[in-house]
Design a protein around this ligand. Structure first.
Ligand code: ADP
Ligand code: MG
Length: 448
């Protein structure tokens, strides 16, 4: 019966959601009004509960009318330790590609798949776009341009696209390489007088992915060649996926015609991680690494602590977690907050943003040409209230201060006022391009 319900859910939620989130669930029967489902991990359970809980409940209650609630439980014993997502597709063997003899593609990391990518608000758009492209079919966005700071998952997403494309169609000629490798190959071809080979090879791929394209900025002949390759592929309606550490028009010394080409498809921003995403990533990495440290126990609150104290770079977060586990398994103790503090002092210190509330307030006041006293003061007119909310938002984003602490620094306001202000700015950033831009400008200025 659960099988039939799952099929039903596959139809309503779509094949992808089904495969990723519904299929791995097991039905453990009902306990009174509670239907119990077994999820591979805690994070998985809470994600499904948040996103599909209602749909699942609706389905179950059509056959079990008494059910009022769905509960997710984790069965740690039965889960294969290194496969948090037992639904993961068999990893495709690298498809032999004719191009790879002469232009070896950047090796794809086995761990960088969609299954291991944790989705949260800051990266959901990038993830959705990547998924869409990976599903193949019609070329919808060309190019797909992913940009964002270091360690936020751009390369991970690109590899995930490549794995998925190759799994779906082993014939497809998918070429992934860094912009640096592109340049290297280009220079080599020039030197060996093999430009014709180079050109025809690059023009014969079905999907071209170039990572960290900012690298070719200012390198004139490489840019030139890149531009021609790009145009040739777009003309043939071949998919191109590009990443960079910033938006196309922010890359200095990149030719205008290339900038406008890069902007002609879909440009998506991978935002810095927020607390919830960091928590999700930590949980997911923990589940995944558990097998390496079978007897390490983790106290409640440790992940929250790490997600709060460690910066937005996921690579740093992963490194910290690994170190902590290694330490815990050596000393044979349960991981608690004080152990984390002790073992990760340097990481935490390095992550501690040096940006102060004062600094943020000054910058915001300056940006909006208002007085600091008006920014902090009691006046509620819009000219002051909006910048104030933006300043609060930035304080929350860029410092480790809590809502009450921020409230205190804004003329003794209540923490709910701060909470409301932050929420308001988050909403506005989605609907008001000017505000989004102001906030980004301020953030950049402060982080400099
Ligand atoms: P970038 O290319 O943006 O600098 P990477 O893709 O190399 O970043 O990511 C850095 C590390 O963080 C990788 O190990 C990657 O697997 C991990 N990572 C980043 N974002 C996520 C995510 N959303 N879920 C899981 N792992 C992530
Ligand atoms: Mg990268």
């Amino acid at each position: 019966q659960w099988g039939a319900l799952q099929d039903d859910l596959a139809r309503t939620l779509g094949e992808n959601n089904y495969k990723t989130w519904i299929k791995p669930l097991k039905f453990n029967g009902c306990e009174g009004e509670v239907a119990v489902l077994q999820a591979p991990t805690n994070f998985f359970g809470s994600y499904v509960s948040q996103n599909f809980g209602d749909a699942i409940l609706a389905r179950i209650s059509t056959v079990e009318p008494g059910v009022r609630r769905v509960q997710f439980r984790v069965d740690t014993a039965s889960r294969p330790a290194n496969q948090p997502t037992s639904h993961s597709q068999p990893r495709p063997a690298k498809a032999p590609s004719p191009v790879s003899d002469i232009v070896p593609d950047g090796p794809l990391d086995e761990n960088f798949t969609f299954n291991t990518f944790v989705v949260g608000k800051p990266n959901e758009l990038a993830h959705a776009a990547a998924r869409r492209v990976a599903e193949g079919g019609a070329v919808t966005f060309n190019p797909l341009f992913l940009h964002g700071g270091v360690g936020l998952g751009k390369t991970h997403l690109m590899h995930a696209i490549a794995w998925e494309l190759r799994a779906r169609n082993p014939e497809l000629n998918v070429l992934y390489l860094s912009a640096e490798q592109f340049m290297y190959r280009f220079v080599q071809a020039l030197r060996d007088r093999r430009m014709m080979d180079f050109k025809s090879l690059f023009r014969s791929v079905d999907v071209l992915m170039v990572d960290d394209v900012q690298f070719i900025a200012g390198k004139d002949s490489t840019q030139e060649e890149f531009f021609h390759t790009f145009n040739a592929l777009v003309d043939q309606n071949k998919q191109i996926i590009i990443s960079a550490d910033r938006a196309p028009n922010d890359i200095k010394s990149l030719e205008n015609r290339i900038v406008s080409r890069l902007q002609s498809g879909l440009v998506v921003d991978v935002h810095p991680t927020d607390y919830e995403l960091r928590l999700g990533i930590l949980q997911s990495k923990f589940e995944k690494n558990r097998k390496h440290y079978p007897d390490v126990e983790v106290d409640e609150g440790v992940f929250a602590f790490l997600a709060h104290r460690i910066s937005t770079n996921v690579r740093v977060l992963e490194g910290a977690l690994n170190r902590l586990f290694a330490f815990a398994s050596l000393v044979g103790k349960t991981v608690d907050i004080s152990m984390a503090q002790e073992c990760l002092t340097d990481v935490i210190r390095a992550s501690e943003r040096k940006i102060s509330i004062d600094e943020i307030q000054r910058k915001v006041a300056e940006h909006y040409h208002i007085r600091l006293s008006d920014l902090i003061g009691p006046k509620r007119v819009r000219n002051f209230a909006r910048p104030r909310q933006i300043a609060m938002y930035l304080c929350k984003q860029l410092t480790a201060r809590s809502f009450p602490e921020i409230g205190r620094r804004f003329g003794g306001r209540d923490h709910t006022t701060v909470l409301h202000g932050v929420k308001r700015v988050e909403d506005l950033m989605l609907s008001d391009a000017q505000i989004a831009e102001d906030v980004e400008l301020l953030r950049c200025a402060l982080e400099e």
